[in-house]
Ligand binder design. Structure first.
Ligand SMILES: [Zn+2]
Length: 195
């Protein structure tokens, strides 16, 4: 996916999360941070936006892991979440926009034919193969993302916590509760097997 689509997609994810899940007005600095974080995984490519700014970081990463390697995996996302949560207190780091932006990049690349090694160090690449990078579909999605951002802003301005937002929020919290219950049942089952 192209850099500008990654930024637009990250911005959409951030705004959707603020309005749809957290039920609050999206903050400009959070959307900007998510957009920037949406370019971070391509630090493994010396010709990418960030790669050109810090070649002394991107060239070694590219040499060791290759493009679309470690930086495009769940393991890296987990590592980033852990690092951010560890240092959040001292540095006052806005964790959510950085994680959303970073993760949105991986989802974006997952849609293209080249795919991403989600389970790195397992080298298998996963791809939903929905559109080619820089093709007409990507241009369409790019515009769609900004329309989506506009839509969520409109929702937030028009009727905060109402109509559209409440059912989405309910659905997400119900899903979380169900997932937690399921995990607890599985854990008890596992403990019984081990006992
Ligand atoms: Zn990428």
């Amino acid at each position: 996916m192209m850099a500008r689509t990654h930024i637009a997609f990250a911005a959409l994810m951030m705004v959707a999360c603020s309005v749809g899940i957290l039920q609050r007005m999206p903050q400009v600095h959070e959307v900007a941070l998510a957009g920037a974080a949406g370019l971070l995984p391509d630090l493994d490519h010396p010709k990418s936006t960030f790669g050109r700014i810090v070649p002394y970081i991107s060239i070694p990463i590219a040499k060791v892991f290759g493009h679309r390697g470690f930086t495009h995996s769940f393991l890296m996302v987990a590592l980033i979440i852990w690092l951010l949560l560890t240092y959040r207190e001292q540095q006052n780091i806005p964790v959510l926009p950085l994680v959303i932006g970073y993760f949105s990049h991986i989802i974006g690349d997952l849609l293209t034919p080249s795919g991403v090694p989600l389970l790195w160090p397992i080298r298998k690449k996963f791809s939903l193969n929905i559109f080619k990078a820089d093709g007409p579909m990507e241009h369409f999605i790019y515009r769609g993302c900004w329309i989506g951002v506009g839509y969520f802003l409109w929702v937030a301005l028009q009727r905060p916590g109402d109509l559209w937002i409440r059912p989405a929020h309910m659905a997400v919290s119900n899903w979380c509760v169900a997932a937690l219950e399921q995990s607890a049942t599985m854990l008890v089952h596992l403990l019984r097997i081990m006992a």
